[in-house]
Design a protein around this ligand. Structure first.
Ligand code: C5P
Length: 351
């Protein structure tokens, strides 16, 4: 009885490693030992981190059990790929402790992890672009890439196939394909390429609006006594606008959801929200995540907040929360677009 109360009182139950046998027993609702009776009494989120041989993970019985558990609202992480307990290598390795802890934290912070993005192609951009001046110098910005990486991590944890086009050095989240780029032009090319098969593109990157017109082949020297010459800048393409145009011309699927970000401050010409609404209309995307920025907020931090605006006038306020929690809310808004009767209809668009 004491054991059952543990399940009843828990805020979160994590089983790591979860064996093939445990998945089978949990899927059929057994309660003949401490672990299974804790799972059966738990009313809190449950996170299972599987570890087993590849053959066991791939077996139809285990696939069935995992489907059943996910259908019951239990989060079963995909196992990692790598060296297993014997000499074999493959899918079935226990996910890294940091990756388990990240999802545990998200669930404890009130986020949810439905298995709702399986079969979806999600493209995310993250980080600030670097615009080359010469072989050692660049123009950059303070974007850390944390928000985009959080979206990629949470989308993959919800079952999506994720391509992350990034300039950030943060570690690549599990089951995410990272495409490393530096400049806005490189980001544009790789993002448009990935978007050709995307169900959603989420543009969290801080793209430099300008780049040096000329890139020096060798390091610029500081001539003693003389003032430096100016750096002439030219405008970078707006990748989000190009995605909207590519969707119009058929190079990006017509039902691909396009999500932009805006870092805004209120001023005499309008509030943060008014500027966000105007930007959503101007950019022609389907969703816009509006962050209020100021000194010491958003850039590089682990928390974020703001509004998620949609092109039909809806808005969701997200109180300051972890970037993983905000990532989940953004993905919820994307999933809501997919489940709309008409999806992304031409009438919703301004392009
Ligand atoms: O106009 P603003 O830079 O505020 O718009 C921000 C949004 O547009 C972000 O989603 C950003 O990734 C995207 N953007 C872009 N290409 C640019 C500038 C911004 O895709 N050159």
């Amino acid at each position: 009885d004491v054991y059952k109360r543990q399940g009843q009182r828990a805020d979160l139950v994590v089983v790591a490693p979860a064996t093939a046998d445990l998945l089978a027993r949990a899927a059929s609702g057994r309660a003949d030992d401490l672990l299974t009776s804790t799972l059966l009494t738990a009313r809190c989120p449950v996170l299972l981190a599987p570890a087993m041989h590849t053959e066991m993970w791939e077996h139809p019985a285990t696939r069935r059990n995992v489907d059943t558990l996910r259908g019951d609202g239990i989060h079963v992480m995909p196992p990692a790929w790598g060296r297993l307990t014997g000499a074999d290598t493959g899918a079935g390795r226990l996910p890294e402790p940091a990756d388990i802890a990240r999802l545990a934290r998200l669930l404890l912070d009130g986020g949810s992890l439905p298995w709702d993005l399986a079969g979806k192609n999600v493209v995310v951009t993250s980080g600030g672009t670097r615009e080359e001046i010469d072989p050692v110098r660049f123009l950059g910005n303070r974007s850390s890439g944390k928000q985009g990486h959080a979206i990629a991590a949470v989308a993959a944890a919800r079952g999506a196939r994720v391509t992350l086009v990034t300039s950030s050095d943060l570690p690549t989240p599990p089951a995410v394909e990272a495409v490393h780029i530096e400049s806005a032009l490189e980001m544009r090319e790789r993002t448009l390429r990935a978007a050709a098969h995307a169900d959603v593109v989420i543009k969290a990157a801080a793209v430099a609006d300008f780049r040096p017109a000329d890139v020096a082949d060798s390091k610029l020297k500081k001539d003693s006594g003389s003032e430096p010459t100016g750096i002439r800048l030219v405008r970078n393409p707006d990748i989000l606008a190009d995605l909207v145009a590519a969707r119009g011309s058929g190079d990006v699927p017509a039902d691909c959801v396009l999500v932009g970000f805006a870092a805004e401050t209120g001023d005499s010409s309008g509030t943060v929200l008014e500027h966000g609404r105007a930007k959503l209309a101007r950019k022609g995307c389907d969703l816009l995540v509006v962050n209020e920025v100021g000194r010491g907020t958003t850039f590089g931090e682990d928390v974020n907040g703001g509004w998620i605006l949609d092109s039909s006038g809806g808005e969701v306020l997200v109180d300051r929360a972890s970037k993983d929690v905000l990532a989940g809310r953004i993905l919820d808004a994307v999933a809501a677009m997919w489940s709309r009767p008409s999806g992304v209809s031409a009438a919703d668009r301004t392009d």
